[in-house]
Design a protein around this ligand. Sequence first.
Ligand SMILES: Cc1cc2nc3c(=O)[nH]c(=O)nc-3n(C[C@H](O)[C@H](O)[C@H](O)COP(=O)(O)OP(=O)(O)OC[C@H]3O[C@@H](n4cnc5c(N)ncnc54)[C@H](O)[C@@H]3O)c2cc1C
Length: 472
Amino acid sequence: MAPVAMRSAARSLSDAQPVPFWLEDPGKPGAVPALTGTEKCDLLVVGGGYSGLWTALLAKEREPDRDVVLIEGREVGWAASGRNGGFCAASLTHGFGNGLARWPDELTTLERLGERNLDAIEAAVARYSLDCDFERTGEIDVATEPHQLEELHEMYEAARRLGLADGLELLDRDAVRAQVDSPTFLGGLHDRRGVAMLHPAKLAWGLKRACLDLGVRIFENTPGLELVSLGAGMGVRTPYGRVVARRVALGTNVFPSLVKRVRYYTVPVYDYVLTTEPLTDAQLASVGWKNRQGLGDSANQFHYFRITADNRILWGGYDAIYPFGGRVSAERDHRPETYLRLAEHFFRCFPQLEGLRFSHAWGGAIDTCSRFSAFFGTAHQGKVAYAAGFTGLGVGATRFGADVMLDLLAGEHTERTELKMVRSKPLPFPPEPIAWAGIGITKWSLARADENGGRRNLWLKAMDRLGLGFDS
Ligand SMILES: Cc1cc2nc3c(=O)[nH]c(=O)nc-3n(C[C@H](O)[C@H](O)[C@H](O)COP(=O)(O)OP(=O)(O)OC[C@H]3O[C@@H](n4cnc5c(N)ncnc54)[C@H](O)[C@@H]3O)c2cc1C
């Protein structure tokens, strides 16, 4: 980075609060009390992010008399669900390209189920009055390099051949810059219906309230410490008590699973985000953005960006940091060198906003699995179900994961449970130091590919053949 650009990026960060912008909202609800003593229930849900909250809510919708308890180790929505970019996508496969590469035969079904899932989220937002700034404005994937433009054209053609191009539109340079203006944009692919923007923490808090209203008993600051089989049911020990349940659903994401064998399928990858102060009318006019879509660039190391309800720009991505040993730790939630890089990239993208300052800077752990899309399963003779591995696209897909967990726990064969994606597992990550070395070489190769017209080296080609990958 040139010294001048570095100095100006540093200045723009000098007032940035090191907390997720979303979690500072004055509407944040207080925590409900922790569990003490013994609770009995039909279904115990572990985890108070979207996975757990949707599971509890959908369980009640399916069977209103079902007695449902949810325990959350800290506060509902504090983790990925309260600190993400707020892109709520229909895709269940971490994007069309990844779905096409892995499940070409069932992609039309996956896309249909994904669209239905996003429609159901939109309907739930209306039905439960979830005040989460939900705006189905779509997303534009922008090309900032000529080879990315070609890739977007190929993607569009592939979608068209499968009859999945409804709502997709290729934009040339002028058309994309008429939507959102950056001198770096060469063109884009606009998905008008497949993505909504929302306030992630307010979605989690709204789901918490909807669950409570339907009679779900929620206990915060209540980590599940141990899971044991108890005859026909299961028991979960907590610091001040325990829960005895007929069935258990684990929505614990990147945190160590209570089913130990599941731990090998995911690694934490830290992703970082900035938000600016609110833009003035003149600043807004200089970038356009009237239609409030989300955007992402098409590099392997990509940025995602969007506008908030109060007209800040959220700008995240690029660095995807894997910590040696794969441990989740609060220390990693901040990375000043990444904030500097993100700020410098921001002003390269929007030079007309020079002088704008960042209000918040934060990071969080993503549960990356080697196929980038969720996996599902059961343990303890079908009494326990889990869904994890959403990687960087779980805001929408976790609701689908919740439905799958409920299908599995009910022993039902549904269109969802018959999917190859649901019946198969990703390749697990190897132990250290092999994981560290492998991820390091992959990241290095992806960065080189971005600089070399997208050309993938032998290592990436070998990984592609094995179906192994690394993404955020
Ligand atoms: C910085 C960042 C940006 C992202 N941006 C996007 C985006 O724009 N779009 C998108 O689709 N996805 C995005 N993601 C991913 C998305 O946020 C996640 O896929 C999604 O929130 C996962 O929800 P979850 O409920 O599975 O996990 P979480 O939100 O992590 O919730 C899991 C919960 O389980 C609790 N828990 C864990 N273990 C236990 C236990 N033993 N007992 C009790 N409680 C336990 C944790 O405390 C936590 O609250 C992003 C993620 C990050 C970190």
